[in-house]
Write a protein that binds this ligand. Structure first.
Ligand SMILES: NC(=O)c1ccc[n+]([C@@H]2O[C@H](COP(=O)([O-])OP(=O)(O)OC[C@H]3O[C@@H](n4cnc5c(N)ncnc54)[C@H](O)[C@@H]3O)[C@@H](O)[C@H]2O)c1
Length: 316
């Protein structure tokens, strides 16, 4: 990918999250956006709407909508948000089967039309679907990355800011592990203007904030009644795309392919990475407490169980 050119970003899946990623990308002028979906008219309608919003918001990025994968040709980044959320009555295996098939099909199209892209997976179950995409794409692991830690960290940052009554811009946070109940928030690396929250909040308060972060997605699902969160997920994916297309080398928690880091290998799990124009440039190994390391390994077990589920379904 050459820096300094006009970038082309594919948002595959033009549902709530996909359209929000597209919106943030054009607002941030990260590049031209191609919205893609299986539903006829949906990506075209949303693309037209976003184009018209540009007249007011003052962005010049081109947004197109399509049902034809040929239109993602030569995209620099492909963000995959296509898939179903888990619905009542649906087992974990049902969701694995449905979204696994979608990811397999989309991976084929990306290989055909955007073989040099960096692929950002958003579809749940996140770490398992990112592994699936990695296997189906056959790309080097650094060019396939999952979005979850950015969102979980954003939630932690927001709850710390609310708890302390400080501007969220001054709060930084790090959340590792798998996306879901087994995420591993790291309070010692969560700071307000450089001060760890362990020095600003009582342990009980930190525990309550961590628990709310863990259940952050569920809290929104319960409030919305239909569908799940999309503003913060969309913003989180756009943050990753920003770091990639502008080669910003931001240090972000992302689902990345581990090759021995934290004593984990051959799976995708949330770890701190340096994200640049070619994707994951480095996985950083932070000193963790024994409990946090055990939490990360528990997360990895969950991901491995999901991968075993895909094998059981003969999708891998
Ligand atoms: N990783 C995270 O942190 C995170 C956060 C939020 C949502 N998610 C996940 O993202 C996914 C999308 O969520 P949403 O709220 O946007 O759902 P949504 O139902 O609003 O949108 C999903 C879209 O995918 C499309 N789609 C289905 N199969 C497709 C295919 N083969 N090709 C192209 N498009 C296809 C659907 O038509 C739909 O428009 C879900 O799996 C959800 O669980 C992940």
């Amino acid at each position: 990918m050459s820096v300094g050119k006009r970038f082309k970003i594919a948002c595959i899946g033009a549902g709530n999250v996909g359209a929000t990623v597209a919106q943030f990308c054009v607002e941030m002028e990260l590049g031209d956006v191609v919205l893609t979906d299986v539903v006829e008219g949906l990506p075209q309608g949303k693309a037209l709407d976003l184009t018209q919003a540009g007249a007011i918001r003052g962005y010049g990025s081109v947004v197109t909508g399509t049902n034809d994968y040929a239109d993602i040709a030569d995209c620099d980044v492909c963000v995959v948000t296509a898939g179903l959320p888990r619905r009542p009555g649906m087992t974990r295996l049902d969701l694995l089967e449905k979204n696994g098939k979608i990811i397999a099909e989309i991976s084929q199209q990306i290989v055909q039309y955007a073989p040099n892209s960096v692929v950002v997976i958003v579809t749940n179950p996140l770490d398992v679907m990112t592994f699936m995409a990695f296997r189906k794409l056959g790309f080097p692991p650094e060019r396939v990355v999952g979005m979850a830690g950015c969102l979980d960290s954003a939630r932690l940052r927001a709850f710390v800011a609310i708890g302390l009554g400080v501007n969220v811009k001054t709060v930084d946070a790090m959340v590792l592990g798998s996306h879901g109940d087994d995420m591993v928030p790291l309070p010692q690396y969560t700071t307000v203007s450089g001060i760890p929250i362990t020095q600003l909040l009582r342990e009980q308060h930190i525990e309550a904030i961590v628990e709310r972060t863990r259940k952050g997605g569920g809290e929104i699902v319960a409030l919305l009644k239909t569908g799940s969160a999309y503003y913060a997920p969309g913003a989180s994916a756009a943050r990753m795309i920003q770091s990639i297309v502008r080669d910003e080398k931001q240090l972000l928690p992302c689902s990345a392919y581990v090759t021995g880091q934290y004593d984990l290998r051959d799976l995708y799990v949330g770890v701190p990475v340096r994200l640049g124009k070619d994707g994951v440039e480095e996985i950083l190994e932070l000193p963790l407490t024994n409990a946090q390391l055990a939490g990360l390994h528990k997360s990895a077990e969950e991901v491995r169980a999901g991968i075993a589920g895909l094998r059981e379904l003969r999708l891998l």
